[in-house]
Design a protein around this ligand. Sequence first.
Ligand code: AMP
Ligand code: ZN
Length: 129
Amino acid sequence: MKACIFCSLPKSDVLVENEIAVAFFDKFPVNEGHVLLVPKRHVSSLFDLTEEEVMGVWNLVQEVKEMLDRRFQPVAYNIGANVGAAAGQTVFHAHVHVIPRYQGDVPDPRGGVRNVKKSMVPSPGEGEK
Ligand code: AMP
Ligand code: ZN
């Protein structure tokens, strides 16, 4: 089996951690301060986390948010996870993306994480521009 890059992450890459999870900067950030959080236990899917791990990961998301607020002063966040190859997952150690957002960083931010795929039906306000 190929070694898991998130299981062999250098200690020096770790930004914050708790008993359950660690957080580090994404190596190919979509925005300044893009962070990934992973459970310390290797599981490929976020749906395989125990309740304790869900809490541990979410608590760390909160900590990461406070750290990013101080360090980069974003005005908003996208938080998301790709679960499964068809949803875009490329590293099969479960992880959560925390993506700070800045005023005007895209021309029209409406929809946010909805924009991973074109809508099946127009959403309210779509096509009004
Ligand atoms: P996903 O496409 O949801 O599986 O996300 C995998 C993420 O891991 C991508 O955003 C990559 O940019 C990021 N990535 C890949 N290799 C590394 C690495 N060695 N260190 C940190 N982030 C990485
Ligand atoms: Zn792993």
